[in-house]
Design a protein around this ligand. Structure first.
Ligand code: C2E
Ligand code: MG
Ligand code: MG
Length: 761
């Protein structure tokens, strides 16, 4: 029994106490007026109180979670209690309606499924009650037969009303099930969503979905009641306010906006927010915003954008971005006329050689090193770009004057002078820099072309320098480009001729040999000096086929002379070989073929190399020189004294001849060069068993001095200018006939000022 009287039982009993008291009062009143059957006065009140207790206990025992079985028991208890009480009053047949209480109570606890068991018990109880009345076991306030009729009617009404209640309850339950299903779905959507839903009323957040914790790292209560703009990036606040204001006048208006929101961990996340104006909706009274984190998408977008406008290797701006910046800057330059804008074109010298010899990884390292250096040399407002290959550019934005551009160029060239170690190789690169300063109203095309032209000029002026664009450069470049094209044709059309300059014994003027000097017989310009076209031929690589022709032609010519003029020793020929032929061509094969083809004795051929060609990549050079020596040819160092001052290498190379540069010869007489130095050179030649040739002897004094120094050979205008085949043949024939003058007048071989300056072999 103890299990039945629980705190819930008592509580339930207390809750129904007012109803109980009311019923008791009515029953006692009726009893007083004698309208109920004759019973002891305490019976009905006692049954009422006990019944209420039993019912409360039944409900607390079989509560809301009652199974169908429990439900039937509970209904039975309640219906039985009510039946007993109503029949105790003698009005049981009429009070069947009271069972609607049982229906209501049970529906409240267990829904529509409770209606049928209650009705079944109630009808059963009514039938039992009437049987008991008929058998005179229970009292009846009216005639028993009439009571049966009333009992049938009240049973019928009870069933009809009960069924109606059941149907209504079923319908309500269906709606509720539907609602709670959709609410559950909605709830889980809101919770699982990667979006954060907020309602913003006034300027505060009035609701935020639980997903805020996962997406933004806040607890819901940290966000609710907080001013919304608190979370928005200060730079984006105005845009957000403007956006909200734009939606304000139109109820139901929606729109998308992008801005940055503060994550709880302090970082800014970019969100895309869909905002819906529900200010007019009393349920909401604010803006409903759905914020989606698009930081990843933004990062990807900006990565893609970065790639589209930057060089993948160095991270510098690419050509497209550079061009764009230049255009913007030029547009701005028309407004800020006090400021100067400049472009630097930076082209690395001999980068290709690094790439070819040390490999692409080192090449890439060099490019990155240069990129870093450029970044160091400019200000934040400037732009450094890689235009492709080994070409870089800098845009200098708003300088006070153009000297700033020259300073940046010097700094870059200085920086490049410091060697760097890349993958274990010590590398040093030079660059040629062209500078252009923007002219008012200039277009980007011209501006950039000017920088390019200046760079071109810097390159041809000698590497490792910068040039500032001047209008005259344009013409020079055009000329140079025309010449480049002409030169290409000249090789194809065979416009080159060889002139020869005798090399004589200083003692008696005997012609020992000739030096072959190339000339370009230009269809319009006449004879062009090698100083004008050899550097270009070297740069373009045309020197390789050209040099091959020179070797063959010189060997052929001298073989011819040797057979026609029988001199003792036989006439020799010296041929100049460029650095480029030496490092990139197959010089050994070319020489061998020239000798084989002409039949010239190898000892009659001397190859002249400049110091700079010799000191490049010494080990490889020494190997190559030995291969040439193995063919039997002689080797000469040309223009000695103009390149590296170190004499150490002379011993390491298998050389035969030392040609002392013209500047020493000329300088010694004018006093600019100390005779002691020249003497030292001649003596070094002697000690290394090298034949010494004094180049560019023009005056008798020079001849006298070199004779005194025991320099064996000489070459110069004093003896003979370079001349064509016929001139030289006359000369040799004269000598053979015994004309002993040392000096011979030959037709001037080059009409223009023929500078003997070495064109940079
Ligand atoms: P280089 O090999 O030192 O040739 C000597 C230069 O000095 C020649 O100039 C010659 O005409 C000039 N010269 C000779 N005697 C005198 C003199 O007394 N006074 C003065 N002022 N000059 C004198 P050229 O022919 O103009 O050649 C210049 C340079 O061009 C040569 O210097 C050589 O480096 C290069 N070169 C000439 N022919 C060839 C060639 O076939 N192949 C290559 N790779 N380079 C060549
Ligand atoms: Mg020479
Ligand atoms: Mg020379």
């Amino acid at each position: 029994m103890g299990a039945w009287i629980t705190p819930t039982t008592a509580e339930r009993f207390r809750r129904h106490l007012p109803e109980l008291v009311a019923v008791l009062a009515v029953v006692l009143l009726l009893d007083r007026t004698g309208l109920v059957v004759d019973q002891p006065a305490w019976l009905v009140p006692l049954l009422l109180v006990l019944g209420a207790g039993v019912i409360s206990a039944a409900f607390s025992r079989w509560g809301a979670e009652a199974t169908d079985e429990d439900l039937r028991l509970r209904a039975m208890v309640q219906v039985a209690v009510l039946t007993i009480i109503t029949y105790a009053t003698g009005w049981g047949f009429a009070l069947a309606m009271v069972q609607l209480f049982a229906v209501a109570d049970n529906v409240k606890y267990s829904g529509s499924r409770a209606v049928r068991p209650v009705l079944a018990w109630a009808v059963g109880g009514l039938a039992l009650g009437q049987l008991a009345v008929a058998a005179d076991l229970l009292p009846s306030a009216i005639d028993p037969t009439a009571s049966h009729t009333i009992a049938v009617f009240s049973g019928l009404v009870l069933v009809l009303v009960g069924t109606r209640i059941r149907r209504m309850t079923v319908a309500k339950e269906e709606v509720e099930a539907e609602l709670s299903g959709s609410e559950a779905r909605f709830r889980s959507l809101v919770q699982q969503s990667s979006d954060v839903i907020m309602v913003i009323g006034g300027a505060q957040v009035t609701y935020v979905s639980p997903s805020v914790e996962r997406v933004m790292g806040y607890r819901e209560d940290e966000v609710v009641d907080r001013p919304y703009l608190d979370l928005v990036h200060p730079d984006d606040r105005q845009a957000v306010v403007d956006f909200v204001i734009s939606l304000m006048p139109t109820p139901g208006a929606t729109g998308l906006v992008e801005f940055r929101l503060l994550h709880a961990d302090g970082h800014w996340m970019t969100v895309e927010s869909n905002c819906h104006n529900l200010l007019h909706d009393p349920q909401v009274g604010g803006f409903v915003t759905t914020c989606r984190d698009i930081s990843d998408r933004k990062a990807l977008e900006s990565e893609l954008e970065h790639r589209a406008f930057h060089d993948a290797l160095t991270g510098l701006a690419n050509r497209a971005l550079f061009r764009d910046r230049v255009e913007h800057t030029l547009a701005r330059s028309t407004r800020d006329i006090d400021l100067t804008y400049g472009v630097l074109y930076v082209d690395l010298d001999s980068f290709k050689a690094i790439n070819d010899t040390l490999g692409h990884a080192v090449g890439d390292g060099v490019l990155n090193h240069v990129a870093d250096l450029l970044r160091e040399c400019i200000r934040d407002v400037d732009t450094a770009a890689r235009l492709g290959g080994d070409e870089f550019a800098i845009l200098l934005d708003g300088m006070k004057d153009q000297s700033g551009a020259a300073r940046v160029a010097s700094r870059i060239l200085e920086g490049l002078k410091r060697p760097v170690t890349i993958r274990g190789h010590e590398v040093q690169v030079d660059a040629s820099i062209g500078i252009a300063i923007a002219e008012p109203g200039q277009d980007a095309e011209t501006f950039l072309r000017n920088a390019d032209i200046a760079m071109y000029m810097a390159k041809s002026a000698g590497k490792g320098t910068y040039e500032i664009f001047e209008p005259s450069m344009h013409l020079q470049v055009v000329e140079r480009l025309t010449m480049e094209a002409d030169l290409q044709h000249a090789v194809d059309r065979g416009e080159f001729v060889l002139h020869y300059q005798p090399i004589v014994e200083l003692t008696d003027g005997t012609i020992r040999g000739v030096e072959a000097l190339v000339r370009w017989n230009h269809p319009e310009r006449g004879m062009v000096s090698p100083a004008e076209f050899i550097p270009l031929a070297e740069e373009t690589g045309l020197i390789i086929p050209m040099g091959r022709w020179i070797l063959r032609e010189a060997c052929r010519q001298v073989t011819d002379w040797q057979t026609r003029f029988d001199t003792e020793p036989p006439l020799s020929v010296s041929v100049n070989v460029s650095m480029r032929q030496f490092s990139h061509g197959d010089i050994v094969r070319d020489v061998r073929e020239a000798l084989e083809e002409s039949g010239l004795a190898p000892g009659s051929l001397t190859l002249e190399l400049t110091e700079s060609a010799l000191v490049q990549d010494t080990e490889a050079t020494i190997a190559l020189l030995h291969q040439l020596k193995a063919l039997g040819v002689r080797l000469a160092v040309d223009d000695f004294g103009t390149g590296y001052s170190s004499l150490a290498y002379l011993q390491r190379f298998p050389l035969d001849v030392l040609k002392i540069d013209r500047s020493f010869v000329e300088g010694m007489v004018s006093g600019a060069q100390s005779p002691a130095l020249v003497r030292a050179i001649v003596e070094i030649g002697h000690s290394l068993h090298l034949e010494t040739v004094a180049e560019g002897i023009e005056h008798d004094e020079e001849l006298t001095q070199f004779r005194a120094l025991h320099c064996s050979l000489g070459q110069g205008y004093l003896f003979a200018r370079p001349g064509g085949q016929a001139d030289i043949e006359h000369l040799i024939a004269d000598r053979a006939r015994g004309r002993a003058d040392l000096t011979v007048e030959l037709a001037v071989d080059l009409p223009v000022d023929e500078s003997a300056a070495s064109p940079g072999r």
